[in-house]
Write a protein that binds this ligand. Sequence first.
Ligand code: NDP
Length: 454
Amino acid sequence: MLSIVEPATEEVMAEVPRAGVEEVDAAVAAARKAFPGWRAVAPGDRARVMRAIADGIESRLDDLALIEARNAGKPISDARGEIGMVVETFRYYAGGPERLIGKTIPVAGGVDFTFREPLGVVGLIVPWNFPLAIASWKVAPALAAGNTVVLKPAELTPLSALELEKIALDAGLPEGVMNVVVGPGSTCGSRMVEHPDVNKIAFTGSTEVGRGIAAGAAGSIKRVTLELGGKSASVVFADADIEQAAAAAPYAVFGNAGQDCCARSRILVERSQLDRFLSVMESTVKAMRVGDPLDDSTEMGPLISASHRENVASFVPDESEVAFRGDAPDGPGFWFPPTVLSPASNSDRVAREEIFGPVACVIPFDGEAEAIRIANDTEYGLSGSIWTRDGGRALRVARAIDTGVLSINSNSSVRVSTPFGGFKQSGIGRELGPDALDHYTEVKNVFYSTEASS
Ligand code: NDP
């Protein structure tokens, strides 16, 4: 059995059976068996099942949010927002089956047209930071395109995925179309990657594990979508609304206790405004409400585990240039206070590695060219922000930064209807928006001769 721990209390909140390789093989066999039936379901009927799943999740929104808040240690108000996004994701992709349209291409001697065919069985491996939300970004487009799935949640946070499996069955999803396997990545995850009957792996997690998945998938040319780490920059020019940028900055890195691949953990500030920026940021950080995830007013909860807290703490040794810190409760729970290091250099370890905790570094820069150079001086390229009142500069810098998701005068990263994914070592492929359906289908081209037979 697997004990599921509540990170805010360190207490066991549930026990669930732990799967191994045999259970993965059984789940893949069930998905393989269900595939011909599910792909043959008429598009409108597949859409209806997807909408019913969305309704089922919505009817249990509070209950699922509570599971997520307790199990992942995230503030209940964030958890409600995330489950709301899960509902929206299933509704958005309910439009998918009827919009998997092909092309007709002018050619000589006949008619040429394309289909988008499902891939078959898709293995989905997801992390603990946004458990059900990230699962839904994969499950919904995969099902909409006519695939069947095996979903492996992180062992730390499997409870909401198990509930989704029940909700989907109740909503009319045929048996075997969606299968949840709760087990360790090192055995269950890697079995999914090497399994000959799995046609694609969609993974969110660390760049290190993603690299192993890409290598494992290469053996059978298995398709992969990888959504990996980030070390995103928020670039604040001197002509920006400094108060607005500085008040927003803490939420863009301390949200979800920094356990967010889009965290803007490198904050680049034009040198002339550094002091003003830090002073506004300091008052916001000190006022942040860090504590019980189940309290409606909480803005930041604990980290996911004791070992993760130890890793985060290793980025802030005693000699660190801590500019200021926020609060964190004492007592049980894996707490770590929001921490801002300044002035930092982009060559410091804190600026190079993904910390995945509430630690930000503020790096001064001089001029646009240096800002772009520092923002791009990283192996990652997932997200980022540009703060300026100069429209031309905003667009110049947006085109020059090598990253998949940027926002101007905002810290937003993820929307159900827009593509999400990384450049460089932040990943391969795109999730969400219209693009995700392309990654769960294969293009088939058909030529139909119209020559008269003699
Ligand atoms: P991992 O990449 O180890 O875990 C993510 C998922 O992959 C989990 O379901 C895990 O299973 C599974 N997994 C682990 N090893 C394998 C494997 N060999 N083959 C297939 N699947 C595997 O992330 P961690 O949880 O260890 O977090 C470590 C760091 O990764 C974080 O500190 C952060 O920097 C980064 N990260 C980035 C995320 C993002 O959103 N981009 C999300 C999570 C982490 P299980 O955990 O059940 O063993």
